[in-house]
Write a protein that binds this ligand. Structure first.
Ligand code: ME8
Length: 527
């Protein structure tokens, strides 16, 4: 048999499954890139990663949209899902599986779960009366609805009355509170937890309506085909149906569940930290280790959303500025957990400052000097060549530690900032050591070589650390630094300073991030 100690530690993470009701925008890209950054980082650290994304395809809204376009719901979603997969390809998203709620593998699990919960008495048949917003696929109480308008999107909302299956939520409220207490890291950021407790759990959880008879684009309730399962029980189950839970081959379920983290936008944290844990408790299954709620990307002060028509499409930005620029900006600009604003000005400014001036410049300057002063060959490092070396080396090694700590906390923007502090220190080190002056004195040639070595080695370390964020730049840097992917580009090689082998032939190329004409580029984005 296998030895447990030789098995890799697993890491299972998920994004929300998105509604394929329209083309996705930069907000969806934000969550999915963040997930990809985690997935890539964990793989680099030796984990056996399972990264899941997908689509939430049922419901009245999609049925109506399809009808309006004269298509069957399935044909309608198939087209959008194909576009979503294209987008993830353009963003280099390394997902391991893509679950669709229309997949047979998913439907079977939802029906099985429904049946079990009904037999157990957690679900009962009753009557639902209330407000339902088709656009948000959400139900609201009388108190929440004013002037017949949806409290979320502001559109007219209708009152409906129909037979419905209900889930007895409140039965699990105390257990849920105890779980929060015993698992302090379950909801992040912490402020979201208090919101859940004060606004939803403490006032008492209402029984949750989990079926509908007013439309039929959904998973049929077993033995009562007039009903389709209402969206959240269907949607949330994706996180285990994708692993084969409960039907046939459940090897993946056994291997990866419970999830290490569900990434979600803050507007759906309630469903993930109240409904989902309660469904799992009722099923007697372990709960996910963490739900991380990130903030919103705002445009002109408002949440970007399909219904407001203020969405930004990432594709033209990728095409004009490059994939790595897009990924870097998304992860660097906004602290994960807070809201952030997208503006063309900030975008172009960030690319010019961090990518062209800092990183691109450091690589290009360094390789130009190595070519000019050392025939393009990596020199030897000598101890104590300049008074700046030790601090520079220490900063490099400390940066590795900081990046590791921040990545483990999903603080991507802090991790990226730490890497860029090192890059800027590299440019400063050039000013401090003035290699061009050392070059004038033949007796100092070994000192000059050592300075260049420090710069090249830091560039190597940076190229390794940026891998989760950037998927194209590291190999471009390696080509110029004369490195091949392998031990010298592994995360483990960051443990000590000096992994770069003297004698390696570098190969200077064009600047990897040319400076942008800010005015022209900003205007181009506005167009
Ligand atoms: O809610 N800023 O799907 P959805 C940041 N199907 N993130 C944003 C964003 C923005 N402006 N806009 C969207 C659903 N997102 C359900 C989920 S899960 C079992 C079911 C991201 O298509 C963010 O992750 O409306 C948000 O939670 C998600 O897209 C909502 O996607």
């Amino acid at each position: 048999g296998e030895k447990v100690s030789e098995q890799k530690q697993t890491f299972y993470l998920t994004t929300p499954i998105y509604y394929p009701s329209a083309k996705l925008h930069i907000g969806h890209a934000y969550t999915t890139v963040a997930g990809d950054v985690i997935a890539r980082y964990k793989r680099l650290r030796g984990f056996d990663v399972m990264y899941l994304t997908g689509t939430d395809e049922h419901g009245q809204k999609i049925q109506k949209k399809a009808q309006a376009e004269g298509k069957t719901p399935k044909a309608f979603v198939d087209e959008i899902v194909a576009g979503i997969k294209e987008l993830w390809k353009k963003l280099d998203i390394s997902y391991d599986d893509f679950i669709r709620t229309t997949d047979e593998r998913h439907k079977r699990v939802v029906q099985k779960i429904f049946k079990q919960l009904l037999e157990q008495g957690d679900i009962y048949l009753g009557e639902y009366e209330g407000w339902y917003c088709v656009d948000d696929e959400a139900f609201f109480t009388d108190r929440q609805v004013q002037d017949g308008l949806c409290p979320d999107c502001g559109r007219p909302i209708s009152k409906i009355k129909e037979k419905s299956y209900f889930f007895r939520m409140n039965k699990y409220a105390d257990r849920l509170l105890r779980f929060y207490e015993e698992n302090p890291g379950f909801i992040e950021p912490e402020s979201r937890k208090n919101e859940m407790i004060q606004n939803f759990i403490k006032p008492g959880l209402e029984d949750l309506s989990i079926s509908r008879t007013t439309f039929d684009w959904g998973i049929k309730v077993p033995d009562d085909p007039e009903h389709v399962v209402y969206v959240w029980l269907d949607a949330l189950t994706n996180y285990i149906s994708a692993l084969g839970y409960g039907v046939g081959d459940d090897a993946k379920y056994k291997k990866y569940w419970p999830a290490d983290v569900h990434l979600v936008g803050k507007e759906i944290v309630r469903f993930h930290t109240i409904y989902w844990p309660i469904f799992l408790m009722a099923l007697g299954l372990p709960l996910p280790k963490k739900v991380f709620a990130h903030g919103w990307i705002l445009v002109q002060g408002e949440k970007m959303s399909k219904s407001k028509g203020n969405v930004i499409d990432p594709v033209p930005l990728i095409e004009r500025f490059g994939l790595d620029a897009m990924r870097y900006f998304l992860m660097r600009e906004v602290p994960f957990g807070s809201d952030g604003v997208f503006t063309p000005e900030a975008f172009v400014e960030r690319l010019n400052a961090d990518l062209a001036n800092d990183l691109g410049n450091l690589l290009h300057r360094t390789l130009t000097m190595v070519e000019k002063y050392h025939q393009g060959v990596v020199p030897e490092m000598v101890e104590g060549a300049t008074e700046y070396d030790e601090a520079f080396r220490e900063l490099a090694l400390n940066t590795v530690k900081r990046v590791e700590a921040e990545m483990d906390k999903f603080q991507f923007s802090v991790a990226a900032t730490a890497i860029w502090e090192l890059v800027r220190a590299g440019n400063r080190y050039i000013e401090q050591t003035q290699p061009w002056n050392l070059a004038k004195d033949p007796g100092k040639h070994h000192l000059l070589g050592s300075v260049l070595y420090h710069l090249l080695e830091v560039l190597r370390m940076v190229s390794i650390m940026i891998q989760p964020f950037m998927t194209q730049t590291p190999s471009k840097m390696w080509a110029q630094l004369g490195l091949e992917e392998g031990p010298q580009t592994s995360w483990e090689s960051l443990a000590a300073f000096g992994g770069l082998r003297p004698g390696t032939q570098t190969k200077k190329g064009n600047p990897i991030f040319p400076r942008l004409d800010a005015k022209e580029e900003i205007e181009a984005i506005y167009r």
